[in-house]
Write a protein that binds this ligand. Structure first.
Ligand code: GRF
Length: 203
C-alpha cells in the first residue's frame, strides 16, 4: 500500500506510521509527506526516516482552490493508493475531495459524529461526556462528516482537563491509525455508495 501523508504540526501520528512500517507491523510504504507549514515537525520526522517531505505554504496562492490544486498535483505525483490526513489542519476544497472519494482518510480526535471541528477535548469536557476518543473516517466534502471506519474509546475522568484528556486520546490515536491502515493494506476496507465495507460486509 502506497501512502501519502498530510500533516501540519507535531506529526506524532506520522511517527506512529513510520515506526509501524519500519518494524513490519504495517505492510505499507510512505511515498511522500506533505505539509502546509514549513515548521511542521512532521517534515523532520519524514526526512529522518528517509521519506521525501514537501512543504507548500498557502501564502502566495490567490485561493484555497489554487493552493489545493498545486499541493495535490504534488501528492498525485507520488501515486498514492491512499491519502492519509494525520493532523492536517486545513480545509480541503470540495473539487479535490470529490475526485478522491474512498482514497482519502482522516484521523479526528473525537467519537464522531460527536464534536466535529476544533477543540474537541474542550467540547467533550463541556458536554459532560463520560467517554471520548478518536475516529478514522473517509474524507468527504462535509468537514469531519465522512463515513467512520474505526474508533478508539477512552474514559473521561472526573479531574480531567483538556490536556490530560487529549494525551489519553492521542495515545490511542497512534495504534488506531496503524490498525486502520493495515485494514487497507490487507484489502479489507472499502467504500461503496458512501458506506464502509469491512471484509465485504457493510459496517
Ligand atoms: C491529532 O489529535 C489528530 O487527531 C488531530 O490533530 C492531532 C495531530 O497530532 N487531527 P500529530 O500532529 O499527529 O501529533
Amino acid at each position: 500500500l502506497r501512502l501519502a501523508v498530510l500533516a501540519s504540526g507535531r506529526g506524532s501520528n506520522l511517527q506512529a506510521i513510520l515506526d509501524a512500517v519500519a518494524c513490519g507491523r504495517l505492510d505499507a510504504r510512505i511515498a511522500g509527506v506533505f505539509s502546509d507549514r514549513r515548521s511542521s515537525q512532521a517534515l523532520e520526522r519524514a526526512r529522518e526516516a528517509g521519506v521525501p517531505a514537501t512543504a507548500v505554504s498557502p501564502k502566495g496562492f490567490a485561493s484555497r482552490a489554487l493552493f489545493d490544486e498545486h499541493l495535490f498535483s504534488l501528492v498525485d505525483a507520488v501515486h498514492p493508493d491512499l491519502i492519509v490526513c494525520a493532523g492536517y489542519m486545513r480545509l480541503i476544497s470540495d473539487a479535490i475531495v470529490a475526485t478522491r472519494t474512498g482514497r482519502m482518510i482522516n484521523i479526528h480526535p473525537s467519537l464522531l459524529p460527536a464534536f466535529k471541528g476544533l477543540h474537541t477535548h474542550e467540547q467533550a469536557l463541556q458536554a459532560g461526556s463520560t467517554e471520548h476518543g478518536a475516529s478514522v473516517h473517509y474524507v468527504t466534502p462535509e468537514l469531519d462528516g465522512g463515513p467512520v471506519i474505526a474508533q478508539a474509546r477512552v474514559p473521561v475522568q472526573a479531574d480531567d482537563d483538556a490536556a490530560r484528556l487529549g494525551t489519553r486520546v492521542l495515545d490511542r490515536e497512534h495504534p488506531l491509525l496503524v490498525a486502520t491502515l493495515q485494514l487497507f493494506a490487507s484489502g479489507r476496507a472499502s467504500l461503496i455508495d458512501n458506506r464502509v465495507y469491512l471484509d465485504g460486509q457493510p459496517l
